[in-house]
Design a protein around this ligand. Structure first.
Ligand SMILES: Cc1ncc(COP(=O)(O)O)c(C=O)c1O
Length: 481
C-alpha cells in the first residue's frame, strides 16, 4: 500500500504496491512515485487493467500536491503503462510494455528537484512567489494576445530584434521613468525570460566565473543556486532593518565583483534598502569599479506605503544592472522579464543577446506593450494592490489570535519561530493539508545567522474557509513546538 514516512494515509483497495516516500532523498517526490508505480506494474504487483487511485486520493495519502501525482500519471500514460479513461478513472494498461532488464534507463531528474517539487501545479494557500490567479484580467489580456498572434501570422518572416520588441522596450522606458525613477533608453533594455533569464544574460556577458559576489543573508534561494551553478562564490552579507550591511561586505569580501540586492523590498524579509546603504553601495561600486545587480522583483507592487524609487535611479556612474520581471505583476507563466544595462555595456549586451541568448517571441512582447499602452497594466497593478491589501487584512485577522507576532514582508507575512524549530519538516507536512508555507531557515546560507519561521504568501488565499487554514497551521506549529 502507499505509505508516507510522516503520516499513514487511508487505504485504497484498488492498488497493491509499496510506496514509501523518502523526503530527504535527492530524487524528487514525483520521480519516486513514478519509479515505484513503474516497478509495481513491471513486476505484476499492479495487475494489467487495475484501477489506480484518483490523483486527489493518492496525493492526500502521500502528502504531496495533486499536480505531482497528475504529472506522474501523465508520464506513465506517455510510457503506455497507464491509460486514462476520463471520468471512469486511470487504469494500468491491459498489456503493459516490457523493457529488457539489460537496458535500464538512466533517470533524468526534473530541474531543482531538491528545492522545488511541483512545477506546473496550481498554487496552494500561503504559497509565495505567485500572483493571485483570480485577479488576472483574463478577457482583455486574451483579446490583446489573440490580436498579436494573428498579426504574427500575417507578418513576413524575418528575424526579430534579439533584444526583444522595440514597442515593449519603449513602453518600459516610460513606465520605468514614471514608477521607478529610472532614466534610460530602449537600447539599454533587453527583454529576457524572466528574472532568471536576465541574471543568466548578465553573468554570461560579464564573465564572473570564479569570482566573489555579495548576496543578502537571508536571500533569494534560486539566485544563490544560479550563481553557485556557474561557479561564482556567494558571500552571505547579513541584512538588518536597513537592508544589506554594506560595511560587512567590505570586510568579508573586499574583492567581490558585484553585489546582488533586492533593494525595494528585501527578499524574503521585506525591508527597503535605506538611502544611506544605497549610497554606500553605489560609492563602493564606483570607487572600486564593481557592479550592482538590483533585483526589482516586486517593482512598485508594495502593500504598505509607496514603493521607494529603484536603486538604479540613483546610479550616475553606470554601475547598476536593474532587473524587472512580470512574474509577480502579471504572471510567471509569461516567463517575461527585462534588464536595464549601463549605457556603456548596451552594445555588448545586444551582441551577446543576438548570438547566445536572444529574447523570446515578440508576439508576447507586443501584446504586453499594448496592454501597457492602453493603461491596463497600471489599472491591474492598482487592483492587485487593493485585492492583496484586503487579503492581508483577512489573513491577519485569522492568524493574529493564534500568532501574535507577525510581520509583513513584501507579499508575505513572516511568522518567526524559536531557534532550531523544524520549519522545513512542518512545511513539507503542511502540503498534505493543502497549505504551502515556505520555511524561513532555508533562505539562509550560514548556520550562525540562520533564523527559523514560516513565510506565508498573502496572494494565494482561498476565497473562503481561510479560518480553517489558520487553525490547521496553528495545529501544525503546536505539534512541532
Ligand atoms: C527575489 C525574487 N527575485 C526574482 C523572482 C522572479 O523570478 P522570475 O522572473 O524568474 O520568475 C522571484 C520569484 O519568486 C523572487 O522571489
Amino acid at each position: 500500500m502507499p505509505r508516507n514516512d510522516q503520516k499513514n494515509g487511508p487505504s485504497n483497495a484498488a492498488v497493491r504496491f509499496d510506496l514509501t516516500l523518502n523526503r530527504d532523498r535527492r530524487s524528487g517526490l514525483g520521480e519516486q512515485i513514478r519509479t515505484a508505480i513503474t516497478q509495481a506494474i513491471r513486476e505484476g504487483r499492479l495487475a494489467p487493467g487495475a484501477r489506480m487511485p484518483s490523483c486527489r486520493d493518492l496525493a492526500a495519502q502521500l502528502g504531496v500536491a495533486r499536480g505531482t501525482v497528475r504529472n506522474v500519471y501523465d508520464m506513465l500514460a506517455d510510457s503506455q503503462l497507464l491509460v486514462a479513461k476520463g471520468a471512469a478513472g486511470t487504469f494500468v494498461t491491459s498489456h503493459p510494455p516490457t523493457v529488457p532488464a539489460a537496458a535500464p534507463r538512466a533517470a533524468v531528474m526534473p530541474p531543482l528537484y531538491d528545492m522545488v517539487y511541483d512545477f506546473d501545479t496550481p498554487a496552494q494557500t500561503f504559497q509565495m512567489g505567485v500572483p493571485a490567479s483570480d485577479a488576472f484580467p483574463e478577457k482583455v489580456w486574451s483579446r490583446i494576445l489573440q490580436r498579436h498572434a494573428r498579426a504574427m501570422i500575417g507578418r513576413t518572416a524575418s528575424y526579430a530584434d534579439p533584444r526583444g520588441s522595440l514597442a515593449l522596450r519603449q513602453e518600459l522606458v516610460a513606465y520605468l521613468a514614471m514608477t521607478r525613477g529610472i532614466n534610460c533608453q530602449p537600447g539599454q533594455i533587453i527583454l529576457t525570460n524572466g528574472y532568471a533569464g536576465a541574471l543568466g544574460l548578465i553573468c554570461l556577458t560579464m564573465g564572473w566565473r570564479g569570482q566573489q559576489a555579495w548576496l543578502e543573508e537571508p536571500g533569494y534561494l534560486l539566485a544563490r543556486k544560479a550563481l553557485e551553478l556557474i561557479e561564482i562564490e556567494t558571500v552571505p552579507i547579513r541584512v538588518d532593518e536597513h537592508g544589506m550591511r554594506v560595511a560587512d561586505g567590505l570586510i568579508a569580501a573586499p574583492n567581490a565583483s558585484f553585489a546582488l540586492v533586492t533593494a525595494g523590498q528585501q527578499s524574503p524579509l521585506g525591508m527597503t534598502l535605506s538611502l544611506e546603504r544605497r549610497s554606500e553601495l553605489l560609492q563602493w561600486a564606483s570607487a572600486q569599479q564593481r557592479w550592482i545587480i538590483e533585483d526589482d522583483y516586486l517593482g512598485e507592487l508594495q502593500l504598505a506605503g509607496r514603493a521607494a524609487p529603484a536603486l538604479a535611479s540613483l546610479d550616475t556612474e553606470g554601475r547598476v544592472f536593474h532587473i524587472g520581471t512580470f512574474s509577480k505583476t502579471l504572471s510567471p507563466t509569461l516567463r517575461l522579464g527585462f534588464v536595464v544595462v549601463p549605457l556603456t555595456l548596451a552594445t555588448r549586451f545586444g551582441d551577446i543577446a543576438a548570438t547566445l541568448a536572444p529574447a523570446s517571441s515578440f508576439v508576447l512582447h507586443n501584446a504586453v506593450a499594448e496592454f501597457m499602452r492602453e493603461g491596463h497594466f497600471l489599472r491591474h497593478l492598482r487592483r492587485m494592490k487593493r485585492v492583496y491589501a484586503e487579503r492581508l487584512e483577512q489573513m491577519m485577522q485569522a492568524l493574529r489570535p493564534h500568532f501574535p507576532h507577525l510581520q509583513l514582508a513584501g507579499l508575505c507575512v513572516v511568522l518567526t519561530l524559536p531557534d532550531g524549530f523544524p520549519d522545513r519538516k512542518l512545511a513539507r507536512e503542511a502540503l498534505a493539508y493543502g497549505l504551502a508555507p515556505s520555511p524561513l531557515s532555508v533562505w539562509y546560507q550560514r548556520d550562525e545567522t540562520r533564523r527559523y519561521g514560516l513565510l506565508l504568501g498573502v496572494t494565494t488565499l482561498p476565497r473562503e474557509g481561510f479560518e480553517r487554514c489558520a487553525q490547521t497551521l496553528k495545529w501544525l506549529v503546536d505539534k512541532y513546538r
